[in-house]
Design a protein around this ligand. Structure first.
Ligand code: IMP
Ligand code: MG
Length: 177
């Protein structure tokens, strides 16, 4: 079975409106504070780039790389930190920026790790959320859009490393071969 990119699920315009709304929410909630946004590599780099331009506060960015997927589409359940932050987050107001929450295992682990470093606050902002697939008990503070249990690509999200550069979110479909 091979998969190919199919129809648009979420347009670029809808994604921009989503980022604008979330940026405004974050700006309102963190008035008077300086933010540290932590993007989870690699998928979240596109969303992070859009989101920060809608946040009207002093903010810094940092990156963390974790592995959660053993193959293309199913979660391995094990989460490894492959690249850690450069910044010390003690006393800082931190928002983890994720591309998509699926089982929630990646975020669960990441939250645990960052919480031990004593940030002043720790929140989570995800572009997309598949609540039907949840296996870990986690709270997502800012969600762009909840989506059904479908594998999607584009806007930073990949299949086998490809399609991150698509400006919209697309379904994948079985090409029948
Ligand atoms: P979780 O630990 O199962 O929540 O996995 C979250 C990570 O899996 C995300 O950060 C993505 O990198 C990846 N992922 C989950 N669902 C999809 C999808 O539909 N398309 C592409 N990547 C996905
Ligand atoms: Mg990811």
């Amino acid at each position: 079975m091979a998969l190919r990119v199919s129809d648009v699920m979420i347009s670029h315009e809808e994604i921009q409106a989503m980022c604008k709304r979330m940026g405004a929410e974050i700006t309102r909630d963190y008035q008077g504070k300086e933010l540290l946004l932590v993007a989870v590599l690699r998928g979240a780099f596109v969303f992070m780039a859009d989101l920060i331009r809608y946040i009207d506060l002093p903010c810094r960015v940092d990156f963390m790389k974790v592995s959660s997927y053993s193959d293309g589409m199913t979660t391995s359940g094990e989460v490894k930190i492959l690249q850690d932050l450069d910044e010390n987050i003690a006393g800082r107001d931190v928002i983890i920026v994720e591309d998509i929450i699926d089982s929630g295992l990646t975020l669960y682990k990441l939250r645990q790790v960052l919480q031990t470093r004593n940030p002043n606050s720790l929140a989570v902002c995800a572009a997309f959320d598949k609540p039907d697939r949840r296996r870990a008990d986690i709270f997502v503070d800012y969600v762009g859009k909840q989506i059904p249990d479908e594998f999607i690509v584009g806007y930073g999200l990949d299949y086998g490393g490809l399609y991150r550069n698509l400006p919209d979110i697309r379904y994948m479909e079985d090409d029948g071969e």
